[in-house]
Design a protein. Structure first.
Length: 354
């Protein structure tokens, strides 16, 4: 029987994904950008962001020279905003420390901001054909099932065992090793994304089913071992949509932090929008309560009570963070968190205050 990697490579060649916009290139910049965007984000969501990002910043030098606000504006809605800040910092490091050329090995790539071992290996494999193994979430699921690995994959001892297997299974050295490594890396990703899925694995079409422990023991839904689910903490806040003359007041969120670096609405915690307005130096002429909305982050769920305030007199005070008046005509391009942008676009598409 052919080796694990040989079967994955053969399957990828015929049945894998070949037309994604970041494929069929050895450009490490494009590969790196896609790998960062794809972290914890679905392919269908990433594609339009990836294409817009490349249109604006076609090279790593363009990205390094960009204003952070422009970077955040293009990222807004993709979530996990630390990725965007690290992406920008990484581009600057490549220009300053590597002369604008992407580092040539996985070990060097891993020294850059926001790039872990698996991501560095994927970039090196696709760009340079380096025989460095990957171990992202999809690959952990494939390995846990195929090799019968017990334990929560995020636990150190389990992860170390998986890394050992990942290293042992890379394609053998040879004249076609670089291309085989690219196909193997993509094949593992494709296998986890399309067949060995979390909820309903398609074992009948799997290229390594003949040696899969989970299939043989009918344990596909037991492996990988699920981590203990904890109750999601609930948080509450109020937001002010302060409008005057076709503009709204927005403040830049501190970085690092939730929505760090983005513009957002002033927040308050005491439930009194009038008092919150006075703290900002705004005298409301009219205040309307808007429907509550919620947004789920990685570690908590946020419930927001928004209020639409038509400002009367103004004597804006220092809020301790940058604040500007944003024209409602510029909402689409502004670097706003996705749920905030959705709220504002829905509100002003209906004509604002009634």
């Amino acid at each position: 029987m052919k080796s694990f990697s040989e079967r994955v490579v053969a399957w990828q060649r015929t049945h894998g994904r070949h037309t994604l916009p970041w494929q069929n290139t050895h450009d490490p910049y494009r590969i790196w950008l896609s790998e960062i965007m794809l972290q914890q984000t679905q392919v269908a969501t990433v594609i339009p962001y990836y294409e817009r990002f490349l249109a604006k910043f076609p090279t790593v030098a363009d990205l390094a020279a960009a204003d952070e606000e422009d970077v955040m504006a293009l990222w807004a809605g993709l979530g996990y905003y630390t990725r965007a800040r690290n992406l920008h910092a990484c581009a600057k490091r490549i220009v300053s420390d590597w002369g604008g050329r992407f580092p040539p090995t996985a070990a060097d790539i891993e020294t850059l901001p926001g790039i872990g071992r698996s991501t560095a290996a994927a970039i090196a494999a696709f760009a340079y054909g380096e025989r460095s193994p990957i171990l992202d979430g999809n690959v952990k699921r494939v390995f846990a099932r195929h090799f019968g690995i017990e334990g929560v994959p995020t636990k150190r001892v389990v992860e170390q065992r998986m890394w050992a297997i990942a290293q042992a299974e890379v394609p053998a050295e040879g004249p076609d090793a670089a291309e085989e490594m690219r196909r193997y890396t993509q094949g593992l990703m494709d296998l986890g994304a399309t067949l060995c899925t979390r909820g309903d694995p398609d074992c009948g079409r799997c290229p390594v089913r003949d040696t899969c422990t989970a299939l043989r023991e009918a344990r596909q839904h037991e492996l990988p071992t699920p981590r203990e689910r904890k109750a999601v903490p609930e948080r509450h806040t109020g937001m002010l949509v302060i409008e005057k003359g076709g503009e709204i007041l927005v403040q830049r969120r501190p970085s690092p932090g939730i929505w760090g670096g983005l513009w957002s609405l002033p927040e308050f915690a005491d439930g009194d929008p009038g008092l919150a307005c006075r703290h900002l130096g705004v005298a409301p002429a009219q205040t309307i309560r808007l429907p509550r909305f919620s947004h789920t982050f990685t570690h908590f769920r946020l419930h927001v009570d928004p209020w639409h305030v038509h400002a009367g007199s103004l004597a804006l005070r220092d809020a301790g963070q940058p604040q500007i008046w944003l024209p409602t005509s510029e909402l689409a391009e502004a670097a706003l968190p996705a749920p905030v942008k959705k709220l504002l676009q829905g509100l002003f598409a209906r004509g604002g205050l009634v």
